[in-house]
Design a protein around this ligand. Sequence first.
Ligand code: SF4
Ligand code: SF4
Length: 361
Amino acid sequence: MIMSEKCKQHVDSCRFCWMCHHICPIGNATGQERNTARARALGISLVNREAMGLEEIMDNIYECCTCGACVHDCTTGWNPVMFTKETRLQAALDGKTPDYIAALVSNCLETGNAYGKTEICSDLAAAVKAHSAKKDTLLLLGVDAKYMVCEQALKAIKVLEKAGVDFTVLDSEPASGAQLDFLIGAANETKEQMVACAKALGEYKTVVVYDPDDAKAIKQTYKEYGIDVAADVVTYTSFVAGLVKDGKLAAKNSGKAVVFQDPYQLARDLEETEEAREVVKAYANLSEMLLNRGETVWAGNILMAQYMPKVINKVAERRIFNATSIGANAIVTVSVAEYASLKAVAKDVEILSLEDLILGE
Ligand code: SF4
Ligand code: SF4
């Protein structure tokens, strides 16, 4: 396999170590050694030494959610996310992407979302239409909210309406490229999608990005790939925190006891941890799970549930266990993907979005 010297160095340095194996959300859900960072490195190193075929390790390569907990934990500075993504890219270039991933990639290229959806729910269609006029501020909902968790997209719009924000929502949103980046890394197709998105966003003064996965892509990955966005890009959480601070959203603390689930894209990649907490504390009483902020544990997503649903359910159940272990019975999340994942398995615990707190729903 063709792999950059930098990645080879990280693979060969990581493969005999197991210092971070206890923090991998997938490894902890499956209990399998194969799901640790070092096991993935070992597999890649065997392919690099031509002891195995690339196709033999590809299922394992797609079992990593790229949450970066191992990267964050690695005191020696090795980066399993980097070599995992580069292996996905090489597999795509060599035509060795597993069929179930290739189908998701095709959907991204044909419809802009990995799920192949083209229709949105009627309530959301009406809300989008009501905000179709061009304003300075664009609310970018993202594919998970738009196509898979319609009620969350609606709530995101309602919060900005409640605060009196004048904003646009696009009927035909550009794909951020985040899903393609996860599936095939820095391929030309990924970068083309990102360039097109950057161009569309550049038509606005401010872009409020609802999905942390899109926010990470636009604010961090675009820079890595040399893609500029002319607009001021802000996360939905930081924008809403500003609305609360400025008194545009009149907060009233309900006294509800909650914990906050940091999405890794905000906490680790964008180092944004306090804005959502400011909003939560204005509406509820916040306690902290043991692993919070940069130490957060990923709670699942919709994309990986397309091909490994049982493991994703276990990932979410384990994060709920973290919350209930400290007596919490309500978890607030600002990631639509984690919201869907947690909600799918929640029994005796309430799963709330920031919007639920603000709208009192
Ligand atoms: S990422 Fe770092 S801590 Fe984790 S297995 Fe590799 S070298 Fe060890
Ligand atoms: S990025 Fe996350 S899922 Fe992947 S090996 Fe590291 S901790 Fe595990």
